[in-house]
Design a protein around this ligand. Structure first.
Ligand code: UD1
Ligand code: MG
Length: 455
């Protein structure tokens, strides 16, 4: 039986180069804080405990994850990665295998970390990578037999060491008990005056341990965020991966470089997604759904074969099969469209049920309304649901129709098969099957003169 896994996420750093008042690990990638991605990774690995070392940004970091199910450890002063890990060790079990992750390295794949843990076999393991330019990374020093003997930080390295292509990604695993003893021995007599976590490698070697290593499946997994440029780079890498995964399962993505998924997008067969669409929260698209260009969908479920034309904004809504929406439509929270409904241009639907085959095609506001089947809503129909203090509901029966520029002053109901004449201001219920109009007398004022401009 393997030792229980405990994960420590280092997230106390400042992120000076973000030039932001927000702590670095709270900047968002795909709509989720960087640290949130790392916590999810730790959860996927089924760590027995997840410790997060926080410092910069203080309680705002902690408060951003109210149900993260993690142990928060404050590192009040940032004295280096070794010092950071040390802060978490008192609550780590002696028999645990520790894995160190970083709050600003969000794309690390759980499968890569599994490989690292497997390679380490309960001992010490490092995730390393080969880079043409090792840049700011620590360099991996191996002996003549090819065994890892220590890590040298860039700022402490001599020219020969700087030429080494194998770098330290930072991801490390070690057994808790030994790690605890090595961390106590760390010193800060180095170029940065910090307690380096990387120095535990030489200490482990001095204790006669072999250091296992493996490399990530994709180089981008190890990339960290230190600036807004790097944040944008990682966002693109992540979005491209998501687009690839969708195409892999048969979704037609018109341009994988112009798709943003900030949450989860589930698609049926033969779904087509045009350019510049943003999917947030949980979105589900049924078989044969087509999403036109420039659509923003958040927490929406859409039934089979429905077409969403360009430039719509939809949130917290459900849409049936064979519907047509847009262009330029807005579905607000609580919009529920039954099968075959049509919502046209410049139409806003809020907290309303639109019955099967009903049509709201032009320039309308429908709020707090229950609409039956086969209804036809004329251009410019408004449900006046708000009296200035309270919201009221409107009922529209099956097969009713409203003329253009009609106002339904809620609470009010329109009976089944009723017709409202153009320009009706409905203040009392309209009976089923009848034509209801607001009679306003039309007058022509003869001899009326247009005003003229005063000198
Ligand atoms: C570290 C490694 C280096 C590796 C590189 C990979 C050390 C000494 N060096 O260097 O070998 O190539 O990562 O990116 O470990 N942090 C804290 N508290 C601190 C200091 C850091 O929580 O006191 C956190 C930071 O928020 C950051 C991470 O640890 O997430 C790494 O710290 P950073 O200062 O960026 O280390 P590097 O110099 O990049
Ligand atoms: Mg760094």
């Amino acid at each position: 039986m393997a030792n229980p896994l405990e994960i420590v996420i280092l997230a106390a750093g400042k992120g000076t180069r973000m030039y932001s008042d927000r702590p670095k690990v709270l900047h968002e990638l795909a709509g989720k804080p960087l640290l949130g991605h790392v916590i999810v990774c730790a959860q996927v690995l089924k760590a027995g405990k997840i410790h997060v070392v926080y410092g910069h940004g203080g309680e705002s970091v902690r408060n951003s994850f109210p149900d993260g199910n993690v142990e928060w450890v404050l590192q009040a002063e940032q004295k280096g990665t070794g010092h950071a890990l040390q802060q978490a060790m008192p609550t780590v079990a002696d028999d645990a295998q520790v894995l160190v992750l970083y709050g600003d390295v969000p794309l690390i794949a759980p499968s890569t970390l599994r490989q690292l843990l497997d390679a380490a076999q309960g001992g010490v393991g490092l995730l390393t990578a080969e880079l043409d330019d090792g840049a700011g990374y620590g360099r991996i020093i191996r002996n003549a037999s090819g065994n890892i003997v220590r890590i040298v930080e860039r700022k402490d390295a001599n020219p020969q060491e700087l030429a080494i292509r194998e770098i330290n990604t930072g991801f490390l695993t070690a057994p808790a008990k030994l790690l605890r003893s090595w961390l106590k021995l760390l010193r800060n007599d180095n170029a940065q005056g910090e307690y380096y976590l990387t120095d535990v490698v030489a200490l482990a070697v001095a204790d006669g341990l072999a250091i296992a290593s493996c490399q990530p499946q994709q180089l981008w997994e190890i990339l960290g965020v230190n600036s807004k440029q790097e944040l944008a780079q990682l966002e693109r890498i992540h979005q491209k991966q998501q687009a690839e995964a969708l195409m892999q399962q048969g979704v037609t993505v018109r341009d994988p470089a112009r798709l943003d998924i900030r949450g989860t997008l589930r698609c049926g067969r033969d779904v087509v997604i045009d350019v510049n669409c943003v999917f947030e929260g949980e979105v589900e698209l049924g078989d044969g759904v087509t999403i036109g260009p420039n659509n923003v969908l958040r927490d929406v479920r859409i039934g089979a074969r429905t077409q969403v034309h360009p430039n719509c904004v939809m949130e917290e809504s459900t849409v049936g099969a064979d519907c047509r929406i847009g262009p330029f439509a807005r579905l607000r929270p609580g919009a529920k469209l039954a099968d075959g409904a049509h919502i046209g241009n410049f139409v806003e639907i809020k907290n309303s049920e639109i019955g099967e085959g009903s049509k709201v095609n032009h320039l309308s506001y429908v709020g707090d309304t229950h609409m039956g089947k086969g209804v036809n809503i004329g251009a410019g129909t408004i449900t006046a649901n708000y009296d200035g203090a309270n919201k009221h509901r409107t009922q529209i029966g099956n097969n009713a129709s409203t003329g253009s520029n009609t106002v339904l002053v809620a609470p009010v109901s329109v009976g089944e098969g009723a017709t409202l004449g153009a320009g009706t201001v409905l203040r009392k219920d309209a009976p089923a099957g009848e034509l209801t109009v607001t009679v306003a007398t039309q007058k022509t004022i003869s001899g009326w003169k247009k005003p003229t401009k005063k000198k």
